[in-house]
Design a protein around this ligand. Structure first.
Ligand SMILES: Nc1nc2c(c(=O)[nH]1)N[C@@H](CN(C=O)c1ccc(C(=O)N[C@@H](CCC(=O)O)C(=O)O)cc1)CN2
Ligand SMILES: NCC(=O)N[C@@H]1O[C@H](COP(=O)([O-])[O-])[C@@H](O)[C@H]1O
Length: 214
């Protein structure tokens, strides 16, 4: 039995805004070449994030692209697209990246840009998923991995994972329970998409297109 991966690891840029625990899970998995993913750079929309520190600790190139450093949101969007393109990724992953990207970014990376969101879409889009779920009183929360489009958390869904909402949950406890399920989902699905290929047809995402086409 061969242990050689069938393909070179797929180059991936990860975008972060905060703690970077999802990023760390990807970095840990990508230590194994058989995982099929090589993180070639980590980008952030703000300075001083723990996510960027984690990348630096792993010896991975980083960049910061802040809206405030650009005259318009459109210029920021184009600059972000340029910064990511410089690393020639096949896939881009938002892992807690709290900025909406626009037309310039999606012209380059549409269909190849994944986001992990901490709610069961289409419920609770935006940046307060766990708080909104708790306030609504749902009994099941979770995380959604999707292919980003021009809307806000409206892209085609790759995978979802559910967790219970407990009677004594706070925003913090629910957020952490979701993340504990979100990390393995992201690691598993990103690896499968890189190794096996995927197709997006309308709202349907299918994994395994390379395998089925040989
Ligand atoms: N065009 C898209 N870009 C991104 C999406 C998306 O669905 N479409 N998902 C995000 C991540 N995300 C939730 O998963 C998300 C991020 C940011 C926002 C948002 O409203 N951001 C505001 C700023 C909020 C703030 O910093 O306080 C903004 O961009 O101006 C909503 C959802 C990745 N990008
Ligand atoms: N809508 C975007 C959003 O809220 N993203 C969420 O930020 C967290 C990042 O955690 P991390 O910084 O520990 O990886 C994750 O739960 C992710 O779903």
């Amino acid at each position: 039995m061969s242990t050689t991966p069938p393909h070179e690891p797929v180059p991936v840029v990860v975008l972060v805004s905060g703690t970077g625990s999802l990023l760390q899970a990807i970095l840990d998995a990508s230590q194994d070449p058989a995982y099929g993913v090589r993180v070639v750079a980590v980008g952030a929309d703000r300075a001083g994030t723990l996510g960027v520190e984690r990348a630096e600790a792993a010896g991975i190139p980083t960049f910061v692209c802040q809206v405030a450093d650009h005259a318009t949101r459109e210029e920021w969007d184009a600059a972000l697209a340029e910064a990511v393109t410089a690393y020639e990724p096949q896939l881009v992953v938002s892992a807690g990246f709290l900025k909406l990207v626009g037309p310039a970014f999606l012209a380059r990376f549409g269909g190849r840009y994944l986001n992990s969101h901490n709610a069961l879409l289409p419920s609770f889009p935006g940046i307060h998923g766990p708080a909104d779920a708790l306030a609504y009183g749902v009994k099941v929360a979770g995380a959604t991995l999707f292919v980003v489009d021009e809307g806000v958390d409206t892209g085609a869904i790759v995978a979802q994972v559910a967790v219970p909402v407990l009677d004594d949950d706070t925003v913090e406890t629910l957020t952490e329970r979701i993340k504990a399920a979100e990390r393995p989902q992201l690691v598993e699905m990103l690896g499968r998409m890189a190794r096996e290929g995927y197709a997006v047809e309308g709202r349907r995402v299918t994994i395994g297109t390379w395998r089925s086409s040989g």
